[in-house]
Write a protein that binds this ligand. Structure first.
Ligand SMILES: CC(=O)[C@@H](O)[C@H](O)COP(=O)(O)O
Ligand SMILES: NCC(=O)COP(=O)(O)O
Length: 237
């Protein structure tokens, strides 16, 4: 079964645009869970452009499904994760000023750093995942870090699919097969959408979780949030 974790960053973007508390992030997250989503994901960035660190604390109190916090493990991020104790932490090698996530980890170059950070979170019973490209060497390197899971960075798949190139899924199929052999759990995310999710699910084995935000919230503007969540759930069956 592949779980749907809804990234609510863009709800926070809308909220912050007017400086108040509309839409109420915690209410939207609770409603998303009531619609059937199996997780809530946030990615607090150092500049708190959308998700604020306080949002992580507030959501921890009300999320009843899986809570996944994504981010670059700078000190204040590590401290926030240890304070809030989410179900899962996903480590992403984002530059501070990145407009969005745009790369997976070099798990060979950063092996020692990742091993240390992952050991810290695992010692606090937080499941770990690291954001990687669908590159077999990076998957092998990920297994060396002791991480519980990897999150396959799916932008290249989404771009290829949008151009009609279904062969873009092959590296992800291969990466998932190798990761499973290496006893790594497999998550995926970034630019997944109602258009491309079913084919990805069909071709990528052992997929435990997808985290989806930007497309899902955008699609909801036309189709409604409850309807879109259920459309994803149906495509993930
Ligand atoms: C790692 C990843 O792909 C997501 O966390 C994505 O980057 C969402 O971040 P933004 O909502 O800031 O684009
Ligand atoms: N880890 C991916 C995520 O949380 C959401 O990415 P996107 O769907 O906003 O591109």
């Amino acid at each position: 079964m592949t779980k749907l974790s809804v990234n609510v960053n863009k709800i926070a973007t809308l909220r912050n645009s007017r400086g108040g508390n509309v839409p109420n992030l915690c209410k939207v997250a609770t409603d998303i869970e009531s619609f059937g989503a199996e997780g809530i994901t946030i990615h607090p960035r150092p500049d708190e452009r959308h998700i604020r660190y306080q949002d992580a604390r507030d959501l921890k109190k009300i999320v009843t499904t899986e809570f996944n916090i994504e981010g670059n493990p700078i000190k204040k991020f590590v401290d926030l994760v240890l304070e809030t104790q989410p179900t899962q932490v996903t480590l992403v090698p984002d530059a501070v000023d990145a407009i969005t996530s745009n790369a997976g980890w070099d798990t060979i170059k950063h092996k020692d750093f990742l091993k240390d950070v992952i050991a810290t979170f695992k010692a606090h019973n937080i499941r770990t995942s690291i954001f990687v490209n669908a590159d077999l060497k990076m998957v092998e390197g990920a297994a060396e870090t002791g991480t519980d899971r990897i999150e396959l960075y799916t932008e290249s798949y989404a771009d290829a699919y949008a151009e009609g190139n279904k062969n873009g899924v092959q590296p992800f199929t291969d990466a998932a097969i190798l990761a499973h052999k290496l006893n790594l759990g497999i998550n995926a995310g970034h630019d997944l959408s109602l258009d491309n999710i079913a084919f990805f699910k069909e071709k990528v084995p052992h997929l435990l979780e997808v985290s989806i935000g930007h497309a899902l919230i955008s699609e909801s503007l036309y189709l409604g949030l409850e309807n879109v969540v259920n459309m994803y759930l149906n495509k993930l069956k």
